[in-house]
Design a protein around this ligand. Sequence first.
Ligand code: PMV
Length: 307
Amino acid sequence: MIRASAPGKLILFGDHAVVYGEPGIATAINKRVYSTACELEGRKIIIESKDTGETIECGIRDKSKNPIVAAVQEAQKFSKSRSGVGVEINSQIPIGAGLGSSAAVATATIASVATLFNGKEPSTMEIAEMAYKADKLAHESPSGIDTAITSLGGTIFFKKGNISQLDSDPLTFVVANSGVRRNTSDMVLRVKNSIMDPRVALSMFSIGSLAKEARTVFMNKRPVDLGPLMDRGQSLLKDLGVSSTAIEDLVKLAKDSGAIGSKITGAGGGGCIISLSDDPEDLIKAFKENGAFAYSVRTNQPGVRIE
Ligand code: PMV
C-alpha cells in the first residue's frame, strides 16, 4: 500500500491567458489531497472518494474521461502494470472552486499508483508529465499550470513548455468561496469562443504582462506590491467575462475591508477569490460577518510526495 499527497494551488496571475501561451504565476498551498493505492485481485480499477462518498469502478483498460481513472491508467502505463488497483482519496481541497482539487487528486494518485507498481518513486517531472497527459483527456485544452504546480510545489513562473521556480517566503492569502461550483472546461470554452475578439486578445496579453511585472515583485521581495497587480488582474478577468455578481460582491467586500489586492483564482464563473491583506484575520472576520465562507492559506508549500 502506498500513500502520496499533493497540494492545492492558487493562480496568482495568468488565469486563462496561460492557455494561449502567456505567462502565469501559481503557488502551492497548505491544503492537500491524499491518495492511497493498493493492488487488487482481478483487472479492475476501484476508486473511492471519502469526501464525496463517490465510488468509481471500471476495467483497467476501459476508455474513460473521468480524470481519476485517466490518472490511474497513465500511472499503470508508465509502470507497465496490468494489475487491478484500488485507490482511496481523502481531500482537504474544495471541489470546483479554483483551488486545484482535480489536478491535486490526479497528481497524488499518479504518484501513489506509479510508486506501487514501479517499485520506486517517479521524479516530479515524470509525475507532472503523466498528470498533464491525464488532464488533457479530461479537460478542455488545459495549459498545464495546475498539474505543474501541484507536482513541483513552491511558486512557479509558468509559460507553456517553460517553468521556473520563483524565490518566495510563504505568504498568507485569504480565500473566500462564492459557494458557486463551476466547471473549468466550460469556462475555458466560454473564453475560447470569444478569442477572435481583438479586445479579448488584448486582455490576454495584458494578463501575461502582469505576470511578468509580478515576477519582478517576487525578485525584489516586496510582496505587498502584488496587491495592486492582483486588482488589475481582476479587472482584466472581468473584461474576459469570467467574473460574476457573486465574485464582484466578494471582491468589493474585500476591498472595502482593507484588502491590498483581490482577485479570482482559476477559471472563475464562481469558485473562490483570493485576497492579500495586512491583517488576514480581520479580513476573514469581515467576510464571515457578511455570511461568506473564508479562511487563510499559506503559499510556497511542498509539491507531490510519498507520505
Ligand atoms: O481549474 P482552475 O479553476 O484552477 O483553472 C485552471 C486555470 C485556467 O487558466 C483557467 C485553465 C488552464 O488550463 O490553465
